[in-house]
Design a protein around this ligand. Structure first.
Ligand SMILES: [Zn+2]
Ligand SMILES: [Zn+2]
Length: 288
């Protein structure tokens, strides 16, 4: 059965509203994966999850059953959660999956984001039924998908997710905040890239961090992100059909992103005739 992937937030690090980002979008990371009835998986809870929540409240039957997969708990991946209306609605059930950080449980991290010294409503006051499950790699099931998690090269424990539809169909992977270049030192095995290519093998659509331009990457080595060309190399090696570049640098306005995309498409067409490369655009939907 086909499913739909919608980009509600495409930006990295911090929201960038304004006239210079109207086309690619200013909300931080959030992608919704929707299939049949009662099937909604949300990838990350950046500021894009707020408008998603508003639409769900208007368009969905109540109560809702939602799954949220968190790549990690940097601000730009959790900052929308306190403003996600379905969490404030009695009867809804929300399951959150993600990794603990430095021995601190995931629930405590989400709780701290809503501490009274920085936010007026505590996590425990939200009315929906909230279940938090810690995952640190491996496989688990959510509504309609088998999920496989893979440890990425990024500060903290950061997970990439592969979604395999339970009833068969095209697979997708969501790998944001991932350093494919040699910079940084992360607790991953020496053959990490080979393992990653194996993990992705056969994935139809890959959403991947393409934050830095080729001109920036040397100065940002070790910051945990990649360039479009590095993401294209990975997509080609893993045999993907479609690469969507994600987690746009906040200093890149629409015109800079147009230029980077044009360079990326030229590079991709030199590398492979079957790979399509796009930039994530807020509001864009794909059908898989
Ligand atoms: Zn990020
Ligand atoms: Zn991050």
């Amino acid at each position: 059965m086909p499913y739909k992937v919608t980009f509600w937030g495409t930006r990295g690090s911090i929201p960038t509203p304004g006239p210079h980002t109207t086309r690619y979008g200013g909300n931080t990371a959030c992608v919704a994966v929707t299939g049949g009835p009662d099937q909604l998986v949300i990838l990350d809870a950046g500021s894009g999850i707020r408008p998603l929540g508003r639409e769900l409240m208007q368009a969905s039957a109540m109560p809702m059953h939602l799954d949220i997969l968190l790549s990690h708990t940097h601000w730009d991946h959790i900052q929308g959660l306190p403003f996600f209306q379905p969490l404030s609605t009695p009867g809804n059930s929300v399951r959150i999956f993600g990794a603990p950080q430095s021995g601190i449980p995931l629930e405590e991290i989400l709780d701290r984001q809503m501490d009274p010294i920085v936010f007026p409503v505590p996590l425990k006051a939200l009315a929906a039924d909230l279940a938090i499950t810690e995952v640190d790699g491996g496989a688990f099931e959510v509504h309609g998908f088998r999920v496989e998690a893979f440890r990425l090269r990024h500060p903290g424990t950061t997970l990439g997710f592969k979604l395999v539809p339970v009833g068969g169909g095209r697979t997708m992977a969501y790998l944001t905040d991932n350093e494919l270049g040699p910079g940084g030192s992360y607790p991953v095995p020496d053959n990490w890239r080979d393992q990653l290519v194996g993990f992705l093998g056969g994935v139809d659509t890959l959403i991947h961090d393409g934050m830095y331009s080729e001109a920036m990457i040397e100065a940002r080595a070790g910051w945990g992100h990649s360039t479009p060309q590095q993401a294209i190399d990975l997509a080609v090696d893993a045999g993907c059909r479609h690469l969507v570049l994600f987690h746009h640098e906040p200093e890149h306005d629409d015109r800079v992103l147009d230029d980077l995309m044009s360079e990326a498409r030229t590079y991709a067409s030199d590398r492979s005739s079957r790979l399509t490369v796009d930039a994530a655009i807020e509001g864009m939907s794909l059908t898989l």
